[in-house]
Design a binder for this molecule. Structure first.
Ligand code: UDP
Length: 413
């Protein structure tokens, strides 16, 4: 976890935003808060918890971040839940449910004392959700924070998960489209980025150039980049198809860069598929990065002319926010949280197909002025909406609503 304090963000977000957070946090001083998810490295949730937890501590809250542990079989099951919740057809067998529940019973032996004593427990995503049923003596409020696109879930998987999360005190979704029929208040909180993290801080041109040299990427030819875990929902093959459709009509290089997450067992297979699809094209760079390659990703994003995030489903897409913060136009899949961020002709383009992606790449590469204007708007839009102080404020407000006993006045969808 980083050890930043809120005062370090003054230059980026201004004094007023920081003062507001301190005032809001006054009534929550000393409150015990526990976040639980399933990985400390890889993916957007870990990215957020790395700054959210220390900043809550800096505000005087007694916050901590725990992860659940599991074997390969467990993460295969939870990946299957994840795929099902994002709309895929998946199996849900008794043995899968047993694996899931038994692993959480094991984790609960370690976590239960902490969770039962906490004032607020934030359970991130489905992997640890079953913990609620295992802590009947808990005294605080439990909030299920769903980061994934559950707008059209596989019914079987959702019905199972719904039973598990219904008794929670509240849930949080990233956008209204994801809200579900649940018997408790639902909050809509969009994710955000840390502008001072290694992933997003300013870099010298020298460091950016060195990164390109390391991978043999030319700085003289426009670079199109998609940063993602190797996951089918991120559609890396669709990106390669789009690139091939350009067929030399514009000069460009394609970079697909990413690693895995320790809770994502499908990465290796998808990586192999991508290598195969990119074969024989020396303008395509497939980069397998270690989990802590934050500065490398930062440099690749900054070196790029256009960022692509052609996801087929997306809870939010922090990679989109990161790119926009670096003043890059984003060509993003017309799905989920990408639609909160990418607005046609303003901050980038939404696309549905490889053909559409190729069309927009060509259009942008032929208009350098448009790349600049869109990039500028994109950065401004992130500054207004998707920086960590706004995100933190919404978490504090949610906890205050409970502290003041307002939950019965909150409207459930
Ligand atoms: N990321 C990373 N290394 C990788 C791939 C992604 O550090 O190899 C980061 C990326 O920069 C972003 C987060 O992981 O901060 C991914 O979040 P996003 O919401 O885009 O997608 P998720 O992986 O959570 O589905």
């Amino acid at each position: 976890m980083n050890n930043k304090s809120l005062s370090m963000y003054r230059d980026v977000v201004g004094d007023t935003a920081i003062m507001q957070l301190k005032e809001l946090a006054e009534d929550l001083k000393g409150a015990k808060i526990v976040h639980v998810n399933s990985t400390r490295i890889g993916g957007g949730v870990a990215e957020i918890l790395h700054w959210l937890t220390p900043l809550m501590i800096d505000l005087g809250l007694d916050a901590s971040w725990e992860i659940i542990e599991g074997n390969e079989q467990f993460f295969n099951v939870t990946k299957s839940f994840h795929n099902g919740l994002q709309g895929n057809r998946v199996a849900l067998t008794t043995s899968m449910i047993e694996t899931y529940q038994e692993t959480l019973v094991e984790n609960n032996k370690r976590l239960c004392p902490l969770l039962e004593n906490a004032d607020y427990v934030f359970i991130h995503d489905p992997q640890p959700a079953y913990l609620f049923s295992l802590c009947p003596e808990h005294k605080g409020k439990w909030i299920w924070r769903c980061h994934i696109d559950v707008s059209h879930p596989n019914r079987k998987v959702w019905n199972y998960l719904k039973k598990i999360v219904s008794p929670y005190d509240a849930s949080i979704f990233s956008m209204p489209l994801f809200a579900q029929r649940l018997p408790h208040p639902q909050f809509i909180i969009a994710p955000s980025i840390d502008p001072l993290s290694e992933k997003n801080c300013d870099l010298t041109q020298k460091e950016i150039n060195r990164t390109l040299e390391r991978f043999g990427i030319s700085k003289h030819i426009p670079i199109l980049t998609q940063i993602s875990r190797f996951d089918r929902f991120k559609d890396p093959i669709g990106v390669i198809e789009a690139f091939n459709l350009l067929n030399g009509s514009v000069d460009a290089q394609l970079v697909l860069a990413g690693g895995g997450a320790s809770d994502d067992p499908e990465g290796e297979a998808v990586y192999q598929e991508v290598l195969e699809a990119a074969q024989d094209n020396d303008r395509i760079f497939i980069l397998r990065l270690p989990n802590d390659a934050h500065r490398t990703i930062n440099a690749l994003q900054r070196a790029s002319t256009i960022i692509i995030q052609k996801s087929l489903q997306e809870g939010f897409g922090l990679t989109v926010t990161e790119a926009m913060w670096k003043s890059k136009p984003v060509i993003g899949g017309n799905v989920g949280g990408i639609r909160l961020q990418v607005h046609n002709h303003h901050t980038g383009f939404l696309v549905d197909t490889p053909e559409g992606t190729a069309l927009r790449i060509r259009e942008l590469l032929r208009q350098p002025d448009k790349i600049k204007t869109i990039g500028k708007t994109a950065k401004f839009f992130v500054a207004q909406n998707f920086l960590l102080t706004r995100h933190l404020r919404e978490y504090l407000t949610l906890m205050l609503a409970f502290r003041r006993g307002l939950e019965n006045d909150l409207i459930s969808v």
